[in-house]
Ligand binder design. Sequence first.
Ligand code: NAD
Length: 292
Amino acid sequence: MAKLIDGKAFAEGLRKRIAGAVSTLKAEHGLTPGLAVVLVGEDPASKVYVANKAKQTVEVGMNSWEHKLPADTSESDLLALVDKLNKDSSVHGILVQMPLPKQIDSAKVLNAIDPAKDVDGFHVVNVGRLSTGQEALVACTPTGCVMLAKDVLGDLSGINAVVIGRSNIVGKPVAQLLLAENCTVTIAHSKSKDLPSIVRQADLVIAAVGRPEMVKGDWIKPGATVIDVGINRIERDGKAKLVGDCDFASCEKVAGAITPVPGGVGPMTIACLLYNTVKAASAIKGIKAPAM
Ligand code: NAD
């Protein structure tokens, strides 16, 4: 049976290290990192995410601001708020919660954020820096996936990594991070042919598809590490249940290590957001960011 990768425990440890780094920044540099989160509208899942982000930001000793705007906010009003936050020197990280209402062009808003404060790592400047091997603020969930993979496997150099999914949020940035770790990276997607045989080549599988339990145990090379990013709400035996993109029951029989859903990648995302805020605040102040 595969070893269970406990993302909840890893994220807890990471948050403790971040809290330590924040108190050092305060004591030695008079710097309190601050994160501003903007929520437009009433999406229930987004409201929960934003509340959790604010809670954990405060818990590690950082400043937190929540800007809640009505669902009919115009693009120009949102851009005006982003501009104000860009100019506010107490704000080091800006996160605009996605998805945005239809009247707003998300790409325009994401690219209006000062790249130095882009703690979600979605600005084209940060995406470009990542893909050219320069220092960047990197998307949070991909960062969390690679931290967990390195915790299990140590050096990733030379291993075969298969990423399933090519979204800008997870698939592409996680593939770039793995390339930077010297993996041989394959990106599979909805048009890939014979996905099972591609996945069977992988020492490390990262599934970011959004299809419940799609990856089966007989696709997995014995002993491979499986990082399941998927969060899918299904109903089973009349009960609501969260499942990943991997069929956990069959995959855990073959894999060497596997993340559960929930409790795997999920908890890493906010922890990495907090780390990005520390990195952004340090860089803005001209201080070397503490390693995590
Ligand atoms: P997305 O819908 O933007 O992208 C899905 C990708 O999967 C696409 O690139 C598509 O080509 C690929 N795909 C779809 N069907 C496929 C198939 N049959 N075979 C192979 N590839 C296929 O989704 P996303 O935003 O990248 O998110 C993926 C999953 O990860 C979702 O379940 C989402 O909820 C979850 N997620 C979790 C976190 C977290 O843990 N914090 C963060 C982001 C996303």
